[in-house]
Design a protein around this ligand. Structure first.
Ligand code: FAD
Ligand code: FES
Length: 329
């Protein structure tokens, strides 16, 4: 057994067969993460003292980061005691991951290549989650991750925005074979993409494609306690290629200040709105990034570009939260 110490003096033990992230969880300590498969970088952490080895080959850290002792806590196991440059998150109730049966309630076409899927649970299910989290949906022997597109209401139906990936195994099921009442197993809840209370004045959501799903869930949650957000300004910046790909916009209670900006990367000549990429459009808002929290969800390219750019422009590093829709195959 090795001892792992965090910046806030929290300590937990971990054996040499368990990842740092899993050991933290086993000991009731929450560390940032998302994909759990060494692809999205959400769990990156600097090792200040001690040594780790990787469970599987790791391809997302740069050579410089590896030299500076950064590692992915979802993929690294200790080979000595460790001191990590990270604090565990406190004050949030996280629900245990389990597998629940569910049935397809409805499938609705939203755009040429995006559907809305609704699942319902049997009355005995007791599925709980935090608004913004994702689950794995299991059909036969295929399992893929999808973000829940509604706020957390006990045992309510779950909705998802699902994209059709070319030659995708699960996409084929959703877009060609799936029908009402089909049985789907739901594994979750998973991930750390949920709202964190803070003093920051601006709350920014950046989303591309079906990445609007958890943003919608968090905004529905915010709508339930508008008084907590009366001094804040929300920015929702949603990116798509063409206007026909935009399928959702935020609805907000009137006393919350919200700026919604749809952005197209390949607009036609009739488009009068913002053009380009969501992170550049955020900079055009001229807000003080040092007083801002950013939640980014969608393609990994967007998330990595946004993270680099915004941190360079003075966004505090620990105020960038993301859920990268990396390939979950
Ligand atoms: C945390 C998380 C949350 C997610 N939430 C959603 C969501 O809400 N809605 C949604 O539509 N998808 C979401 N995804 C992506 C989803 O899990 C699947 O990867 C996607 O649906 C493709 O599965 P598939 O079986 O159709 O394709 P596969 O059979 O897995 O792959 C087919 C082809 O598509 C490519 N591909 C697969 N997935 C991606 C990807 N994400 N980006 C780029 N290329 C890809 C593969 O490289 C391959 O060439 C999420 C992924 C993660 C990790
Ligand atoms: S890389 Fe570790 S959670 Fe995604």
């Amino acid at each position: 057994m090795y001892e792992i110490s965090l910046k806030n003096n929290k300590k937990f033990s971990c054996d040499d067969q368990t990842t740092i992230l899993q050991a933290a969880k086993n000991n009731g300590v929450y560390l940032e993460h998302s994909c759990l498969s060494a692809r999205c970088r959400s769990c990156v952490v600097k090792v200040l003292q001690g040594k780790t080895v990787n469970m599987q080959d790791e391809l997302v850290l740069s050579e410089a980061e590896i030299r500076e002792n950064y590692t992915l806590s979802c993929n690294a196991k200790p080979v000595s005691d460790l001191v990590l440059d990270i604090e565990g998150l406190e004050g949030i109730t996280l629900y245990e991951k389990r597998i629940f049966p569910s049935k397809i309630d409805q499938i609705t076409k939203l755009t040429n290549d995006i559907i809305k899927l609704t699942l319902r649970f049997p009355p005995s299910a007791n599925f709980k989650f935090n608004s913004g989290q994702y689950v794995n949906l299991i059909k036969g022997n295929i399992k893929r991750s999808y973000s829940i597109a509604n706020r957390a209401v006990h045992n309510s139906k779950l909705s998802f925005f699902i994209k059709n990936y070319e030659n995708g195994e699960m996409s084929k099921f959703w877009f060609e074979d799936a029908k009402e009442n089909d049985l789907i197993r739901v594994e979750g809840p998973l991930g750390g993409f949920f709202y964190r209370e803070s003093e920051h004045k601006n709350i920014v959501f950046l989303a591309t494609g079906t990445g609007v799903a958890p943003v919608k869930a968090i905004i529905e949650e915010i709508n339930c306690s508008p008084e907590d957000f009366s001094t804040k300004t929300l920015f929702v910046i949603v990116g798509a290629r063409y206007e026909k790909d935009l399928f959702w916009e935020p609805e907000i209670r009137s006393n919350i200040r919200l700026k919604y900006v749809p952005v197209l990367s390949r607009p036609d000549e009739n488009w009068n709105g913002a053009k380009g990429y969501v992170q550049d459009v955020l900079l055009e808002q001229n807000i003080d990034l040092s007083k801002t929290q950013v939640y980014a969800c969608g393609s990994n390219d967007m998330i990595e570009s946004a993270r680099r750019l915004l941190i360079e422009k003075k966004l505090p590093e620990n105020q960038f939260y993301s859920d990268a829709f990396v390939c979950s195959n």
